[in-house]
Ligand binder design. Sequence first.
Ligand code: MN
Length: 293
Amino acid sequence: MKICRFNGNRLGLIVDGVVRDVTSALGGLPVQPWPLPLGDLLIANLESVLKRAEEVLPDAPAIPVCAVRLESPVANPSKIIGAPVNYRAHEAEIDDALRQGHSVKPIAEWGLFLKAGSALCGPGAGIDQRFLAERTDHEVELAVIIGRRGTNISVNDALGYIAGYAIGLDITLRGPQFQSFRKSIDSYAVLGPWLVTADEIPDPSDLEIGLEVDGVLRQHARTSQLIMSVPQLIAFASRFYTLYPGDVIMTGSPEGVGPIRPGNLIAASVERIGEMQVAVRAAASEGEENEAL
Ligand code: MN
């Protein structure tokens, strides 16, 4: 199934290319007292919500996908995990302009990084680009959404912890700062256009992935070229931190990363998930700087 959040926390199923509004299926979610448990309530209860959604589907209003504002299908991940340099051809393209004084190490040695939860947005919100005098790059990635809590997960068991998949954009300010800092700017973690449940993608190891900017192809690869596979990433991450329902793993960007500017329209796609269009704007506080450039 394809599950979307849209128009201010409404819940939708994508059926035959249209959004069916099944928001009433959220009525069964448990009411949580403070403190809220870590993780995303919807993803933690996805099975029961989807069961209700199927029940209300026959009477659910239908809305064209192009008429809704798509939000991140995960609202409250406890963490967004990033995988640095996880495609060999991307490793090979890293020159001084990309490196910016950083050393480039194998992912197993370097480890993973975290993006702030406050950076998360859906495709409908678009990217509010800051620091316009500096270079900011697009990175299209297969995003994995964890479905249940787990720690020290084995590679063999890892696929069983996945709720679904989405397209991720790991938007990246280039510079000498820590990755967790310069990749955590508001709106620099785009997730969408919807969550495709894991049963629709039983094997994520050979999916076509691509990204265009203003109709020009910039990135095109297959997930078979990942250095650390999806199960290996889950096992690796869970040796360090417990994974919670709704946690997002952005699995790494293939080669072809390149700069974006306000006014650009990004079209990102992953096979069996779909495509999402994401507009790039100048962040409000950058308006004056933008005019000066
Ligand atoms: Mn990345």
